[in-house]
Design a protein around this ligand. Structure first.
Ligand code: 4AD
Ligand code: MG
Length: 459
């Protein structure tokens, strides 16, 4: 297997002479010597290569442009220059793929807005290199965490006939002729569609996750999630990844405890296992990031009742675009005020009004709230949404009837409450929002490789 620059740098002079490949980030040349920074995606900074005029193709090497693919042979030596411990004295350099001056990534810094227009090339920049290495390692850490805690990993379906969140934000999946669909009584006849019914892309794996929790105890899904909400914000994507654990014999308090343990684990993991990337973000994206995440990794998360959050917002003296009153669905401005100004760190908000939450949440004895929780974090706002589920069949059916949700298509969900039902709880962590939180990146479009948002589905 090819050796990576990361390994060469870790081995130091012990690496001996090695052959490796990567892409040129910068070239500086004079008559006698040429300095090339080469990056192969394995590290933030890459490696400085020293090419001397004794190389047979020295004149070709001096003319290469940023972005060129090279294979280099040589050994590490202590670098006399500051800013790097090692540099590599090249004994041979082969030009594998040229890049001329039209290569768009010539400047050292480009705006994130511009880089979104070249999402096919932005992985080759330092910032996006760091983002996507962090993202990859975090995804692996998610699986580690649940494996260590004996959760079963379940692959919930992506095509579904049920709208879990009941918000009507399903992308339709259909093979009917959009221009001339079969009609019945003035409406599209979905019985003639591929699945014989109306289907869409999943907005959450929760309902199926619950079925598995009632068999395996503790389970989680981690997969792509789709929402056709027309909100053009820095935190919403039409396609995103969600991690959804579900625990049987568990209450809302257990749910919050798991969420806290999980998020703190991921914070520690990022600091320890992605230290170079985190140092890069701290230097270039958000000053103080490492200290902020270290504080979160070590601190207890605040738990606050929704009603208390409302009164503290009302008494804050701050003015909001959406006026604060009991029953309000907290907006990002409120969420950020709570976590940034009132708490100064992550905070769970518990027991929301039932009218702003989904049908499946467990109804509290007060008759007006449900056992819901959101985890709010500075800068991002809501990062987790979860709840204890309504496990009592009669209460669940009553609530569905109140909300006009037909029971018949959810017969299988109701069946789970018919036999061996038990208190159970779970949550969904938005994976992109987690990456935003840990990297300091401020736009969801910049933490997912190829973002899908309203009117954008290129690449
Ligand atoms: O709060 P949500 O809608 O909760 C659910 O879907 C539950 N079924 C989860 C569960 O209990 N198993 O979404 C959960 C999280 C949010 O807190 C947010 O982090 C993320 O998913 N999320 C989005 N991330 C990016 N773009 C969007 N459009 C998102 N919508 C939700
Ligand atoms: Mg939510």
């Amino acid at each position: 297997m090819r050796i990576r620059i990361k390994e060469i740098l870790e081995q130091g002079t012990a690496a001996g002479s090695r052959s490796f490949s990567g892409w040129v980030r910068s070239v500086r040349s004079s008559k006698e010597i040429c300095f090339i920074v080469l990056n192969d995606g394995s590290t933030v900074d890459g490696i400085q290569i020293v090419a001397e005029s004794t190389l047979p193709n020295f004149s070709d090497i001096c003319r290469i442009g940023t972005g060129t693919a090279l294979t280099v042979e040589g050994a590490l030596v202590e670098s006399p220059a500051t800013g790097q411990q090692w540099e590599l004295m090249a004994t041979a350099i082969t030009i594998i793929g040229d890049a001329d001056a039209s290569y768009p990534l010539q400047k050292k810094r480009h705006s994130f807005e511009y880089l979104r227009t070249i999402a096919h090339l932005r992985p080759r920049t330092n910032t996006f290199g760091a983002v996507f290495r962090l993202r990859s390692r975090l995804a692996q850490a998610v699986h580690h965490f649940f494996a260590e805690n004996n959760f079963l990993y379940v692959h919930t379906p992506i095509i579904t006939a049920s709208d879990c969140e009941g918000a009507g934000e399903l992308f339709r999946v259909s093979t009917l002729d959009a221009a001339a669909p079969p009609m019945l009584d003035g409406q599209t006849d979905f019985s003639q569609d591929f699945f014989g019914q109306k289907t869409g892309l999943t907005v959450s794996g929760q309902l199926e996750g619950e079925l598995f929790a009632l068999a395996f105890g503790d389970v989680y899904t981690f997969g792509p999630t789709f929402r056709a909400e027309n909100s053009n914000t820095a935190r919403h994507a039409s396609e995103f990844w969600m991690i959804e654990p579900e625990m049987a014999f568990a209450t809302l308090a257990d749910d919050a405890d798991l969420a806290e343990k999980f998020v703190r684990y991921l914070c520690r993991f990022a600091l320890e296992e992605c230290a170079d990337e985190m140092a890069f973000f701290d230097k270039h994206i958000e000053k103080g990031l490492v200290e902020r995440i270290a504080r979160v990794a070590g601190a207890d998360f605040v738990r606050m009742e929704y009603s208390e959050a409302i009164s503290r917002l009302q008494n804050s003296g701050a003015s909001f675009a959406y006026p604060v009153e009991w029953g309000l669905d907290l907006q990002t401005e409120h969420e950020r005020y709570i976590t940034e100004q009132i708490v100064g760190g992550p905070a769970f908000i518990l027991n929301y009004p039932k009218d702003i939450k989904a049908f499946y949440m467990r109804q509290n004895e007060d008759g007006r709230t449900v056992a819901a929780m959101d985890l709010l974090v500075p800068k991002v706002g809501e990062i987790i949404g979860g709840s204890q589920r309504e496990e009592r069949l009669d209460r669940l059916e009553l609530r569905m009837a109140e909300l006009g949700i037909a029971g018949e298509p959810l017969w299988w969900y109701l069946d789970s409450r018919r036999w061996g039902s038990c208190p159970h709880a779970g949550f969904g962590l938005g994976f992109e929002r987690l990456v935003m939180y840990l990297s300091g990146m401020e736009n969801i479009r910049d933490v997912i490789p190829f973002p899908r948002t309203p009117r954008h589905c290129e690449f």
